[in-house]
Design a protein around this ligand. Structure first.
Ligand code: WT7
Length: 654
């Protein structure tokens, strides 16, 4: 494992180990206050994890209690066995009898500046109406519903409506292409697609309904209906017998829809994420366990107060949007801020203006965004009154200490703790994080596993590595929010997550632990890239590239990038007779964007006569990474098939 350090893909090299103790003024009112309080909680949860999760579950509403907290046989977990509950009921109905009834559940702002506020009572009504609309389209318990929408309140309504009737939602990020949507619709066997005519992005309109039409034209036999929200007011095609306007369905639907009593292990959602092969994995989460961990982490990591306005900037197309924009805040009766649009539109101060105008108190975003803002200059946040903020969070990738300090000073006014939260699509909820009133922060470290989470850094045999050494980040015991399987591929689930290191969950991340037990994430150690906090698979981009008629072979690697964490670099060999040119580079970059989505568009395409391979025919990625990074090729190259190629690839750099 000594390679983890030298091969790590992101430059968190600036290892500042200075520690920032919890801020006294913050700790005073914090739910969990002081180092000792956390240590006590950690210790008792480590001793009796099931008791810990049991207590967390009792904060929520269950139609029927569980017989057993956990049933576990690697790799199959059942949490809150035989209990019945409903996530939508816990997010909505549970708040209607008390003072939260007329509290804002959601404050939404669109890119052009429209603002809508939706109370718990109003949201409940919308969800019931839409749940009945779905039923009217033939959606039954267990059916899959794809949601391909802009970041609008109706996207949340659609998710909650599915959860209410036991349909399984599969949100597909609106930035994904028609082709990517097509693959996901078919893999999940979606019965209904919920979309909008279009959505706002950087002053332009993303034509979502067109993309759905395109995806369906490629063949999607399971899809029976498409629901279209009129949002961007653009001309679209309506196909009779297939397409239904959202507002028409809502006008006809009944507002009475009691929440279905669902088994704790009833499937809640599928969310696709990239793995180390070309085919995205449909990560399946179920109801009870996901609900419990999402609710607990939301409340304690963000030290939630009744008056908070919580803003998670993630899109619901990612797991962060599922757990901390949609479910986490609503489960806790909080007010969530939702912004449909780009961070720098129309001006680079858009985020700070939103915080100032809506008095956002907890702000959760990605390091990439922070680095972007840092680069744009201090004058933008300085123009706004950010005094409403009391807590800041980051997620998605390691944060470099320099950006951490900027965030703390410029955005948090040195008054707000920062929680650096590590987790994954697969974990469902936050796993490693400071508790803001109780954990000293070290910039660049996600600090400690949360209570009830047994994370460690081990070698390939599962043995903990010595402190300070790089190793594999694993989770030893099951946790409530964990994925239950990969949709339709139980074998891949076992092989990918539970077989690489015997008996433990393998995260795919490298990490090291310091003398205080703090975890430092070193980045992915599989063929997965992290670009701006989004996960991309190298082989998925490679298969997109070889889909182009001119391309013979390709190898994709990540190059460290100051702003985005990593940048996509594609090495491409062309078919006989095809000539490399700057125009072809552009064509191929666009081709990838069309195949997957613009987040996957390579920063750089490099043409080469052949790719460096080992004798057994494996592409030597380490070598390509080094070439892409501009460094000299180090280490052993004696297994190279064609030595000449190295010199050639380096030459082509200029
Ligand atoms: C991967 C998961 C759920 C978060 C959104 C991304 C990286 C995530 C951190 C962090 C360092 C982080 C890891 C992880 N990651 N959070 N705080 N520090 N790295 O979810 O797409 O499933 O990606 O993001 O590499 O494995 P995802």
């Amino acid at each position: 494992m000594k390679n983890v350090d030298s091969e790590r893909s992101i430059s968190v090299l600036n290892k500042e180990e200075r520690s920032y103790p919890p801020l006294a003024a913050f700790a005073k009112t914090a739910l969990i206050s002081g180092k000792a309080a956390r240590a006590k909680l950690d210790a008792s949860a480590a001793k009796f994890p099931e008791r810990f999760w049991d207590a967390a579950a009792r904060e929520l509403f269950w139609f029927k209690p569980w017989r057993k907290t956990l049933q576990w046989k690697v790799p199959d977990a059942k949490w809150f066995v035989a209990a019945a509950t409903n996530l939508s009921h816990n997010c909505l109905d549970r708040h209607l009898d008390g003072p939260r009834r007329n509290k804002a559940a959601l404050i939404w702002e669109s890119e052009p500046g429209e603002v809508r506020t939706c109370t718990y009572l109003q949201l409940h009504r919308e969800v019931c109406l839409f749940a009945n609309a779905l039923k009217g389209l033939g959606v039954a318990k267990g059916d899959r519903v794809a949601i391909y929408m802009p970041l609008v309140p109706e996207a949340l309504v659609a998710m909650l409506a599915c959860a209410r009737i036991g349909a399984v939602h599969g949100v597909v990020f609106a930035g994904f292409s028609a082709e990517a949507l097509h693959d996901r619709l078919n893999d999940a066997g979606a019965k209904v697609v919920v979309t909008a005519d279009g959505g706002w992005r950087k002053g332009a309109i993303l034509r979502l309904k067109d993309a759905v039409d395109d995806a369906l034209k490629r063949g999607a036999p399971s899809v029976r209906a498409v629901v279209v929200l009129k949002h961007a007011n653009i001309e679209i095609t309506i196909n009779d017998g297939l397409d239904y306007w959202w507002h028409r369905l809502m006008a006809k639907a009944s507002p009475v829809c009691p929440a279905e009593k669902l088994d704790s292990e009833h499937p809640l959602f599928i969310l696709y994420t990239s793995g180390s092969t070309g085919k995205p994995k449909g990560i399946l989460h179920t109801t009870g366990g996901y609900m419990v961990q999402t609710a607990w982490t939301m409340k304690h990591v963000f030290d939630l107060k009744e008056t908070d306005i919580f803003w998670c900037t993630a899109d619901i197309g990612w797991v962060t949007g599922h757990s901390y924009l949609a479910y986490g805040p609503l489960l806790n009766g909080a007010t969530a801020m939702m912004y449909e649009g780009a961070p720098l539109t129309p001006q680079p101060d858009r985020f700070w203006s939103i915080i100032a105008r809506h008095r956002v108190s907890v702000f959760y975003t990605a390091p990439t965004a922070i680095r972007t803002f840092m680069r744009l200059g201090d004058e933008h946040p300085k123009k706004h009154d950010l005094s409403s903020l009391r807590l800041l969070g980051t997620v998605g990738e390691p944060i470099n200490p320099q950006a951490w300090r900027w965030y703390r000073k410029l955005i948090g006014g040195d008054r707000c703790p920062i929680v650096d939260t590590w987790w994954q699509t697969e974990t469902g909820a936050i796993m490693i994080s400071p508790l803001p009133g109780a954990t000293a922060a070290k910039p660049g470290s996600a600090t400690l596993p949360l209570p009830g989470i047994d994370a460690d850094v081990v070698d390939m045999t599962g043995k903990p590595v010595p402190l300070g050494c790089g190793g594999y980040l694993v989770i030893r015991k099951p946790w409530p929010g964990m994925l239950r399987t990969i949709w339709g591929d139980a074998e891949r689930y076992r092989a990918q997550y539970w077989s690489q290191i015997p008996g433990m969950y393998f995260t795919g991340d490298g990490a090291r632990k310091d003398k205080d037990g703090y975890l430092w994430i070193l980045g992915r150690i599989d063929d997965v890239l992290n670009v701006s906090g989004h996960r991309l698979s190298t082989s998925e981009i490679e298969s997109a590239l070889v889909g182009h008629p001119f391309v013979a072979e390709s190898a994709v690697v990540g190059r460290p990038d100051e702003l985005h964490g990593q940048a996509v670099v594609a090495f491409v060999t062309l078919k006989g007779g095809r000539v490399a040119s700057p125009e072809l580079k552009e064509v191929l970059r666009e081709f990838v964007a069309q195949a997957i989505g613009s987040i996957a568009r390579p920063s750089e395409i490099r043409f080469t006569d052949s790719l460096p391979k080992t004798r057994s025919g494996k592409i030597m990625r380490r070598l390509l990474r080094e070439i892409a990074t501009g460094g000299a090729v180090r280490g052993d190259v004696t297994t190279l098939e064609d030595f000449g190629i190295v010199a050639k690839l380096q030459q082509d750099e200029e």
